[in-house]
Write a protein that binds this ligand. Structure first.
Ligand code: HEM
Ligand SMILES: CCN(CC)c1nc(N)c2ccccc2n1
Length: 290
């Protein structure tokens, strides 16, 4: 499968910055969502799950075709709860009908990372909505009840190495798990709507106890009410991963630099960009004094 980015000559940086600002202002306005966590984290998850179906072996899946708009992909249990993020995006699609779903969902994820004080993430337009029959089969997204070998193997399918795998999982500094969505619970209390290296600091500094949660699933819990999925905790069980966790826990800048590059790579997996395709770095609302 080959997906060539279709550069829309009628649209400029300003058009996409306008969409960015609309999303960012809506995140700021609708701050009560999910116990005042807000929409940022779930918008990051929408962009990630739109891209996480990619398979480097045949170049199928990924964000290009916007197949997350179809109920087949939405019915994958791993996507439970993302209807809230898609509903958030509906009015944006109405106001800007010229943008593809793949471009919008990935732009929303970049907007959320940046507005939650994360690193600047480069973004390129050109994804084209594809027909329903191009939707990848369910089952390509990861399952949390696994260890380090599974994690390494999963990320390899997305063409991500150990450093990229650890950095990407660092997005679990945002938001929380919801029993009704995934059967995992927590964390509690922690304000999880700013993008930091806290996930790595917690992994190293908290005491973790593996236990069955009230849905009967295994997760690691800490006395302070933090939690880790088994695939999160795998990052301190595996010596190669642990070395990177320590680096990122002690150097937030190194984490930000790696996250910025591999998140862009994740969102662009499977797409060939012509050399004249533009690359955008959006301004935050703060930088525009908005
Ligand atoms: C082995 C890989 C991964 C597994 C097994 C995994 C699993 C999960 C699970 C079970 C949840 C809870 C969903 C819910 O109950 O609402 C979750 C939430 C989340 N994940 Fe991951 N994840 C993985 C990698 C990633 C990556 C690569 C990113 C982004 C770069 C990411 C971003 C998020 C965010 C932001 C949330 C919070 C969403 C919210 O608060 O609604 N995850 N993840
Ligand atoms: C770093 C602790 N937090 C957020 C305060 C956290 N920890 C996690 N382990 C986590 C796992 C999946 C989704 C969100 C998550 N959030």
């Amino acid at each position: 499968v080959v997906h060539i980015a279709a550069v829309n000559k009628d649209r400029s940086f300003d058009d996409y910055q306008r969409i960015y600002n609309t999303i960012a202002e809506k995140i700021r306005e609708e701050d009560e969502y999910d116990g005042y966590i807000g929409y940022g984290p779930i918008l990051v998850r929408l962009g990630w799950h739109s891209s996480g179906t990619y398979d480097k072996n045949d170049n199928t899946g990924g964000s290009y075709g916007g197949t997350m708009r179809f109920k087949l992909e939405q019915s994958d249990g791993a996507n439970n709860g993302l209807g809230n993020a898609r509903a958030f995006m509906e009015p944006i699609l109405k106001e800007f009908p010229w943008i593809s779903h793949g471009d919008l969902y990935t732009l929303g994820a970049v907007c959320a990372v940046q507005e939650l004080q994360g690193p600047k993430v480069k973004w390129r337009p050109g994804r084209v909505d594809m027909p329903e029959d191009t939707t990848p089969k369910n089952g390509r997204l990861p399952d949390a009840a696994n260890g380090a070998d599974y994690v390494r193997n999963f990320y390899a399918r997305l063409n991500m190495n150990d450093r990229e795998a650890v950095a990407l999982t660092g997005a679990h500094c945002l938001g929380r798990t919801h029993l009704k969505n995934s059967g995992f619970d927590g964390p509690w209390g922690a304000a999880s709507n700013s993008f930091t290296n806290e996930f790595f600091v917690n992994l190293l500094n908290e005491q973790w106890k593996l236990q069955k949660n009230k849905a009967g699933n295994m997760q690691y819990d800490s006395p302070k009410g933090y939690m880790m999925l088994e695939t999160d905790y795998a990052l301190v069980q595996d010596p190669a991963y642990l070395k990177i966790v320590k680096e990122f826990a002690n150097n937030e800048g190194a984490f930000f630099k790696e996250f910025a590059s591999c998140f862009q790579k994740l969102l662009e997996n499977g797409i060939d960009y012509p050399k004249d395709a533009p690359t955008y770095v959006f301004k935050t609302l703060d930088e525009q004094d908005l």
